[in-house]
Design a protein around this ligand. Structure first.
Ligand SMILES: C=C(O[C@@H]1C=C(C(=O)O)C=C[C@H]1O)C(=O)O
Length: 422
């Protein structure tokens, strides 16, 4: 575990209300360690680093949670707004696997939030510090020039043979479902300003959560867990069909998806894994019997919204935090498989790449433990001139490698298009 910011120094945190309306949150970001969590124009953006921790291995979540409790304990907080996401807020992105992979939790210097009819500004740092006007107009990000794409760890043919291997193992009864992913590498002529794809993703995928933490970015449709004042919700996705661009045909395809036994089976595994992981932490739970179809610009998914009420604790800060819930839920069968230990072992054995933070929890949490953790899907990792894009598919007994490859290609589309011109 490595940390920045001295341990004994007090952190002065101040949240003030802002007048609405102001422009798009995403347009406020300077090129200084920007972080985002945006949906339908609302959410949180932040920048600068007041404190940060990097963790790894099987204790990556608990080490990060401990660091956050200690960080919050030394914060001197003045909060005029008192909403989920005000006061000190950390942004995190966690590795998919215990090994390899690094995880990160950041407390930004500045956070701007907007939710319903409330907006706020939080600053972290010595009281005497003067900040530039956080709502100042920024120079806009530029489109990355000369972007070209190459295969990542495996080319399409190689990946299809891995999928065929997984189908054979499922057929032999070794496991029921495994999610297999592949990567693509984009290279630009100059270092990539992540604010460009973030602006594009937020505009094109408003129904998804556009995220960025320390180089990991994307627009995910899948909410692993949200905790808001004792109420827990999770949006489970699994079962996918590509869109054609023709609305009439897409509606017919949506009906096919809702009746497809292969997709319903894949979906059922994912819902069950989430419901079972939430159960020990919740008193009442609502798990709808049948999924709905979520329409995105590139694909459609079977979706189920699970809800529950977390056990009340005598002291609210002792009730299970959103990050602890994310740890309990990860990896759900939407990104791992069923049974989880067999699926995770098979991924490590045959997938042929390091997932890094792809398909791991990504999101934010405040001092009370309220927060939102999505699954880092439709995502990529940017470093300098290079972006590594990820996409995966749930493999079950009836999966056909060619169809899975086409589905993975469709899931690359959000980030691939976001790297191109507007
Ligand atoms: C694994 C990904 O997506 C997951 C797999 C899905 C599927 O196999 O149908 C659908 C949504 C996600 O839960 C991805 O986007 O990379």
């Amino acid at each position: 575990m490595t940390t920045s910011a001295p341990h004994d120094e007090a952190l002065v945190v101040r949240t003030v209300a802002l007048d609405l309306p102001f422009g798009d949150l995403v347009d406020l970001l300077p090129d200084d360690a920007p972080v985002t969590w945006l949906r339908r124009g609302e959410g949180l953006v932040g920048w600068g680093v007041a404190a940060m921790v990097r963790t790894s291995g099987p204790t990556r979540f608990s080490d990060a949670a401990k660091w956050w409790s200690e960080t919050v304990a030394r914060a001197l907080v003045t909060d005029e707004v008192v909403e989920p996401g005000t006061g000190p807020v950390c942004f995190g992105s966690f590795a998919f696997a215990d090994e390899p992979g690094d995880s990160v939790l950041v407390l930004p210097r500045v956070v701007v939030g907007h939710r319903g009819d409330r907006a706020w500004l939080t600053t972290v740092g010595p009281a005497a510090d003067r900040l530039d006007d956080p709502l100042a107009e920024r120079p806009t990000a530029a489109v990355p020039p000369g972007v070209s794409f190459t295969d990542g760890a495996l080319n399409g043919e190689e990946w299809m043979s891995v999928v065929a291997d997984a189908v054979a193992r499922i057929g032999s009864g070794a496991l029921e479902k495994v999610v297999l992913a592949r990567d693509l590498v984009a290279t630009s002529d100059t270092p990539i300003d992540v604010r460009w794809p973030l602006q594009r993703l937020a505009a094109t995928y408003p129904m998804c959560w556009t995220f960025h933490v320390d180089g990991m970015f994307g627009a995910t449709p899948e909410m692993l867990v949200r905790r808001e004042r004792g109420l827990v919700t999770s949006r489970v996705l699994a079962g996918t069909i590509r869109r054609t661009g023709d609305d009439g045909r897409d509606l017919a395809l949506a009906a096919t998806l809702a009746r497809s036994s292969k997709d319903l089976e894949e979906h059922e595994y994912a819902v069950r894994s989430v419901a079972e992981a939430l159960e020990p932490h919740c008193s009442g739970m609502n798990v709808p019997e049948a999924p709905f179809v979520l329409h995105l610009p590139n694909v459609m998914h079977l979706a189920t919204d699970v809800a529950g009420v977390v056990h009340a604790a005598e002291h609210p800060e002792r009730s299970v935090s959103s990050l602890e819930l994310a740890e309990a839920l990860h990896p759900s069968a939407a990104v791992g498989g069923t049974p989880t230990p067999d699926a995770v072992a098979l991924i490590a054995e045959i997938e042929g790449m390091d997932r890094g933070r792809y398909a791991g929890p990504v999101g934010w949490m405040d001092a009370s433990g309220d927060g939102e953790w999505g699954i880092a899907l439709r995502s990529a990792e940017v470093e300098g001139r290079t972006v590594r894009l990820f996409a995966g598919c749930g493999i079950v007994a009836d999966s056909v490698p060619e169809a899975e490859l086409a589905e993975a290609q469709a899931k690359f589309v959000p980030v691939r298009d976001a790297l191109g011109p507007a």
